[in-house]
Design a protein around this ligand. Structure first.
Ligand SMILES: Nc1ncnc2c1ncn2[C@@H]1O[C@H](COP(=O)(O)OP(=O)(O)OP(=O)(O)O)[C@@H](O)[C@H]1O
Length: 309
């Protein structure tokens, strides 16, 4: 339903999107991740026909992006802008509904975005989180097959964020595709069926959150050690453990006396744990866990950054 084929877009000598090839399929919830400047917003702008590629093609439902938007097949919520001054919440939502070929009833759109109580308020007098909800209402004013959201929950409080994602889940359950760019990796982990990681305009990773975590390779090991009388342990010996990619050592205490909590990241947790026992140490409360999506993301992008000049 969305196809990017070898798409490049540069601003001067900055290649914001660099040879991107990508296909999105119906009914998916897709998170677009990447560090600042990775090209997420530019990718969404290209998808929405707000910018034209320098090279390559973007097709949305088999047509030019603008045609798909005019046909009402795409609803979008962009990072900023788009809200007019001196107009109320109800008026701007009514306008969006009037323009959408397959509009939902205005009252329903307001209710879904949690705007009913502030429908008479002026849009330029809203808080940041309320303005985000208006943008969300505009993106869901009609029955679009694809909903595109650029950092949708920025500025929303925890309750608004949870309500927002519950609504997005409903949209996806009804067969719509939801594509969202975010810096909240826990949201991507919890919500997305598919995670796409961009780095310097290129595709760095594309898969389920579990696949991305597995690709980052590393695992976390944590345990406690009984230290000497002052709670210290031989940090140099720990640092020399095989496959170690990071180490933090912090004091911990219990009724049994002073101790040390050790947290390790390892690219081969089994080998690291064996070596730990071979050192003659007796780790207590040993836990081995996979990386969270956030740590996997940091590991992947840092490794990529290290490769490039
Ligand atoms: N209109 C523009 N003119 C010049 N350079 C731009 C323009 N828009 C974006 N860029 C540059 O293109 C690159 C990609 O920007 P883009 O906004 O797409 O990234 P992003 O992943 O959305 O970043 P962020 O997470 O900070 O929102 C950046 O280096 C940015 O400085």
């Amino acid at each position: 339903m969305v196809g990017f084929d070898q798409v490049t877009k540069a601003y001067g000598d900055v290649r914001a999107v660099d040879g991107l090839t990508l296909a999105l399929h119906p009914g998916q919830t897709v998170a677009l991740l990447g560090p600042n400047g990775a090209g997420k917003s530019t990718t969404l702008d290209l998808l929405l026909g707000l910018r034209r590629p320098d090279a390559g093609t973007v097709r949305v439902f088999g047509t030019e992006p603008r045609e798909a938007i005019v046909a009402g097949r795409v609803g979008a919520m962009l990072q900023s802008g788009g809200l007019m001054d001196e107009i109320t919440v109800a008026e701007i939502v009514r306008l969006a509904c009037a323009l959408h070929p397959k509009a939902h009833p205005v009252a329903e759109v307001l209710a879904r975005a949690g705007l009913t109580k502030i429908a008479d308020r002026r849009v330029d007098k809203l808080s940041g989180g309320q303005a985000q909800r208006v943008r969300f209402a505009l993106a869901t004013a009609g029955d679009s097959d694809l909903i595109v959201l650029d950092e949708p929950t920025t500025g929303m409080d925890v309750t608004a964020r949870q309500a927002f994602w519950a609504t997005m889940r409903e949209q996806a359950d009804q067969g719509r595709t939801v594509l969202f760019a975010t810096h909240y990796l826990e949201e991507a982990d919890a919500i997305a069926d598919r995670v796409i990681v961009l780095h310097r305009g290129r595709l760095l990773a594309d898969g389920t959150a579990a696949e991305i975590k597995a690709r980052a390779g590393a695992r976390r090991i944590s345990f406690e050690l009984d230290g000497g009388p002052d709670g210290t342990v031989d940090e140099a010996a720990l640092r020399a453990l095989p496959h170690l990619t990071s180490l933090t050592v912090s004091p911990s205490g219990s009724a049994a006396g002073p101790g040390t909590t050790v947290r390790i990241q390892s690219s081969d947790a089994d080998a690291t744990a064996h070596a730990l026992y071979r050192l003659g140490l007796y780790p207590r409360n040993l836990e081995v866990a996979g990386l969270g999506l956030e740590q996997a993301f940091v590991a992947l992008t840092a490794a990529e950054e290290a490769k490039q000049p």
